[in-house]
Design a protein around this ligand. Structure first.
Ligand SMILES: [Zn+2]
Length: 340
C-alpha cells in the first residue's frame, strides 16, 4: 500500500478487525449499489470514503428537491438541473475520493441487463425502492453466489438482512412472493432521513465484514426497527428453506423475465404497466394519494394527477402512466405511488 493511502485510511487501519490487510482487500474490491436514493447515497458515500476500490452505482431516477432532505449525496444544484442520480453521485463521489473507480450507470435494472451490470461484483447492496428489483437482485446473486445486503426504510422504520448464498436464507426463503397490493412507500408515508441512514450504515458494516473476510462477525438476523417508536427487533431467520424455489430449486423466475411486468408504450405520451397480480384497494390508495395530488375514482378506475404525470390505475394493478415515454420512469412512478 502506498504511504498516502496508509495515511488516508489510517483510522480504519487502526480499527483492528480491518487493519492494513483488510484495507488492502477493500481497495481491491468491487461493490454494486442498486438504487441511489436515501439508502444508496449513504452507502455510496460510506464505501467511497472507506476506500472500496470500485463502486458501480445503478439508478434510473433523477434528483428532485424533495430528495434533498435525506439523499445526502445530492445538492440543490443537482436538483435544479434534474441530473440523473447516477451521474450526480459519480461526480460527488469522485470529489470525495479520487483514488477509487466510481461508475454511475443511468439504467433500470432488468432481467436483460442484470448480468452486464452486476456481473463480477463482490457484493451487491440494495438501495432499491421496489420489490421487483429486490427479487431480481436475489435471483442474480444466488445464481452467481454473490452476497447481497437487503435494506428498506419507510416512515421511521427500517429493515435489513444479509444474504450469503449457500449459507444463509435468501430473500425468497423468508418471503417466497413479493408483497401484494399497494404498500407504504416514502412518497405516500414519508420517511425520516435518520431511519434510512441507520439502515445504510448497517448494510455498509456488513459489506465491510464480507469484503475483509470476517464473515463470523455478520449479524445473521432479520433486523428491523422503528426509530420514532423505539422498537428494535432481531429475528433469527434460521436455515435456508427446504423448498425455496430460488436457493434450493434454483428456479430464477425473476431473472428469466417470467415474472417481469410487461411495459408497453401506449399513445403518444403514455406507458402502460401490465401488472395483474397487484389487486389495489381504491379507498385505501385514495386516502394515501389525496394529500399528494388530485384523485378521482369510481369502482372501475382511479386517476391520480401529480404534475406533469397522470396515473390511471385499474383494480388488478394495471396502470397507464401519462406524461412520459420512458419505461424506467414509469416504473419508478408506479413504485412510488402504488407500490412495487
Ligand atoms: Zn432461498
Amino acid at each position: 500500500m502506498e504511504n498516502s493511502d496508509r495515511e488516508r485510511y489510517s483510522r480504519q487501519i487502526l480499527y483492528r478487525p480491518i487493519g492494513e490487510a483488510g484495507q488492502e482487500k477493500l481497495l481491491a474490491s468491487r461493490v454494486a449499489i442498486v438504487g441511489c436514493g436515501a439508502l444508496g447515497s449513504s452507502q455510496a458515500a460510506l464505501l467511497a470514503r472507506a476506500g472500496v476500490g470500485e463502486l458501480r452505482i445503478i439508478d434510473r431516477d433523477y434528483v428532485e428537491s424533495s430528495n434533498l432532505q435525506r439523499q445526502t449525496l445530492f445538492t440543490e444544484s443537482d436538483a435544479a438541473q434534474a441530473l440523473p442520480k447516477a451521474v450526480a453521485a459519480e461526480a460527488h463521489l469522485k470529489q470525495a475520493n479520487s483514488g477509487i473507480r466510481v461508475c454511475g450507470i443511468v439504467a433500470d435494472l432488468t432481467p436483460e441487463n442484470a448480468a452486464e451490470l452486476l456481473g463480477g461484483m463482490h457484493i451487491i447492496l440494495d438501495g432499491a425502492d421496489n420489490f421487483e428489483t429486490r427479487y431480481l437482485v436475489n435471483d442474480f446473486a444466488v445464481q452467481e453466489s454473490i452476497p447481497w445486503v437487503y435494506g428498506a426504510a419507510v416512515g421511521g422504520t427500517g429493515a435489513t438482512m444479509t444474504i450469503v448464498p449457500g449459507e444463509t436464507p435468501c430473500l425468497a426463503c423468508l418471503f417466497p412472493e413479493p408483497p401484494a397490493g399497494s404498500h407504504p412507500t416514502c412518497d405516500t408515508e414519508g420517511i425520516l432521513g435518520s431511519a434510512a441512514s441507520a439502515v445504510a450504515s448497517i448494510q455498509v458494516a456488513e459489506a465491510l465484514k464480507l469484503l475483509v473476510g470476517d464473515t463470523k462477525a455478520l449479524h445473521r438476523k432479520l433486523l428491523s426497527f422503528d426509530l420514532w417508536e423505539n422498537r428494535f427487533q432481531a429475528i433469527d431467520p434460521g436455515l435456508p428453506a427446504d423448498d425455496c424455489p430460488v436457493c434450493r430449486r434454483r428456479e430464477f423466475a425473476h431473472l428469466s423475465g417470467d415474472r417481469a411486468v410487461q411495459i408497453t408504450l401506449c399513445g403518444r405520451n403514455s406507458v402502460q404497466i401490465h401488472e395483474r397480480r397487484r389487486p389495489v384497494d381504491f379507498a385505501e390508495l385514495a386516502s394515501k394519494l389525496t394529500p399528494l395530488g388530485t384523485v378521482r375514482s369510481n369502482p372501475f378506475v382511479m386517476q391520480f394527477s401529480v404534475a406533469p404525470y397522470e396515473l390511471t390505475i385499474f383494480p388488478d394493478g394495471r396502470a397507464i402512466i401519462k406524461g412520459t415515454t420512458d419505461p424506467g420512469l414509469a416504473r419508478s412512478l408506479y413504485a412510488r405511488y402504488i407500490g412495487s
